[in-house]
Design a protein around this ligand. Structure first.
Ligand SMILES: *Cc1c(COP(=O)(O)O)cnc(C)c1O
Length: 486
């Protein structure tokens, strides 16, 4: 299996070669040359598989340059019940991403698929845990080391740290805005005592942290000498790992391959739902893929109008579903590539226009950049939006009707899913975080605290290990050099 760039760079790369990298050299994103297809017989056989074996069956199609026995060891180690042990007491943790039927009557079926039972209580663990094990394996074979350097406002940074902690050949340097994360999120990251994890709390906001990462990464000589890498959401392995739970969800919700299901996905950078698109392109019988956004509705606007208009920082709202607060969707280019019939020249032109003019228009209206908006239905995409008042109402309604508490992002998903629910097609909403992570809003909605999984009761009281730094790029560089010894 070879990988190509959405902007046309064709030096064919295999899976291991793009594993540690980010963007393609031409600024595009990697995708497989063609999507492997899943046959009816395979799908039937996969109904019996454990999550780890299903992950192996799918990854074997994409990672053709890794020995199958090695891949089997990696997936077996990654997808074990002990790692995804934070399931609700009456959910089956051994299923890794257990389904819970919320409602089933008159042919209307609403299902929740729990993706947030991993160590950091958010769905990013599903992919990051695999990435950690694949990194360790690949680095050991190359006798190499890697220093991951990034900025986080919460979920990504902690998922990366929990995936990389204690891994040989890897260090993590993670910047976060000092005193800006929730107490729970800060405690999760800062309580890690592993010597290969370095938390740096920056006196500033998240954008300042990101600017520091950019400034350091632009020093190519430093980056090379210090073996700096990233784990951001455009990483192909993260996307492919997410394809697995769409298959698991479909296979668990159906008994025959004649049946279809739809998915609703709380979306920000379009990474999660991009994996759903790929599963559908591989032949998984998905009817609709419903994008749910919050007040930051870049994607909802596109799927309603065909106009992609990225937002400025001043128009990017801080909401109570903060992991969906984006101004542009970094994985969106992968879908646009398929929507344009894989015309890399046009994709390159459109995303250049995003940089220079802030967006593009595929509505087909006079003066637009194309008319592919009318093709969108063929790919199953629909969308909707949910705002703070909707989140509060949904959290209350879900607790009253179904007896469980959901987090704010999942509430956005459920609100939008109910607007797109169709008779005869089960709707699976992906649960992207557990409510304990966003307790402030649970308290506002329900007047009580969210349940905490066992082991998280006193997390804020654990000893914390982090360094505080100003937004000084030179000081950041010497901090890294001092700890890597390179
Ligand atoms: C990251 C995240 C999202 C958004 O996922 P994308 O892949 O960026 O679309 C939604 N909910 C939670 C809880 C997240 O952490």
């Amino acid at each position: 299996m070879h990988y190509v760039s959405t902007r046309g760079h064709t030096a064919q790369q295999n899976f291991s070669e793009i594993l540690l990298g980010g963007l393609a050299p031409d600024g595009g994103l990697y995708l497989p040359q063609s999507y492997p297809q899943v046959s009816d017989d395979e799908l039937t056989a996969w109904r019996q598989l454990s999550y780890a074996d299903l992950a192996l069956a799918l990854l074997t199609k994409f990672a053709t340059d890794i020995a199958p026995a090695d891949l089997a060891a990696i997936t077996a180690k990654t997808y074990v019940a002990g790692v995804y042990c934070n399931a609700r007491p009456d959910d089956d943790a051994s299923r890794i991403t257990p389904l819970r039927i919320l409602e089933e009557h008159d042919g209307r079926t609403l299902i929740l698929q729990a993706l947030s039972n991993g160590p950091t209580l958010a769905f990013k663990d599903m992919a990051m845990q695999l990435l950690g094990n694949l990194f360790e394996y690949t680095l050991a074979r190359q006798d190499a080391e890697l220093n991951i350097f990034g900025a986080t406002s919460g979920d990504t940074g902690s998922a990366a740290e929990y995936a990389m902690r204690g891994k040989k050949g890897i260090r993590v340097f993670m910047l976060s805005p000092h005193h800006k994360m929730s107490a729970f999120q800060a405690a999760q990251m800062f309580s890690l005592q592993d010597p290969n994890i370095f938390n740096v709390a920056v006196d500033g906001v998240f954008d300042d942290c990101q600017d520091m990462v950019k400034a350091v990464s632009n020093d190519l000589e430093f980056k090379k000498r210090q073996k700096i890498g990233t784990v951001n959401s455009i990483n192909w392995v993260r996307v492919v790992a997410q394809v697995v739970y769409y298959f698991r969800g479909y296979l668990s919700a159906t008994t025959s391959n004649e049946q279809k299901v739809s998915f609703t996905v709380p979306s920000g950078n379009f990474g999660n739902i991009c994996a759903g698109h790929i599963a559908r392109m591989m032949g998984l019988p998905i009817d609709k893929l419903v994008v749910a956004t919050n007040e930051n509705d870049v994607l909802d606007e596109f799927f309603r109008t065909g106009v992609y208009r990225v937002r400025k920082s001043a128009e990017t709202w801080h909401t109570t579903s903060p992991s969906m607060d984006i101004s542009k969707a970094s994985n969106f280019e992968r879908f646009i590539y398929d929507l344009l019939g894989r015309d890399a020249v046009r994709v390159a032109a459109l995303f250049k226009k995003v940089d220079t003019e802030g967006g593009f228009d595929l509505s087909g209206k006079p003066g637009s950049d194309g008319d592919e908006f009318k093709q969108i239905a063929r790919f199953g995409f629909e969308s909707g939006k949910s705002v703070h008042a909707d989140r509060l109402a949904t959290i209350r309604q879900v607790e009253k009707k179904y007896g469980i508490t959901v987090d704010t992002h999942t509430a956005d998903g459920i609100k939008v899913a109910l607007e797109h629910l169709q008779q005869g097609v089960p709707m699976i909403v992906l649960e992207t975080a557990l409510p304990a992570k966003f307790n402030e809003t649970i308290l506002e909605a329900l007047g009580r605290d969210a349940e905490r999984p066992a082991g998280f009761e006193h997390i804020e009281a654990l000893p914390q290990r982090f360094d505080v730094m100003s937004t000084d790029v030179a000081a950041m560089k010497s901090y890294i050099a001092q700890h890597t010894g390179l």
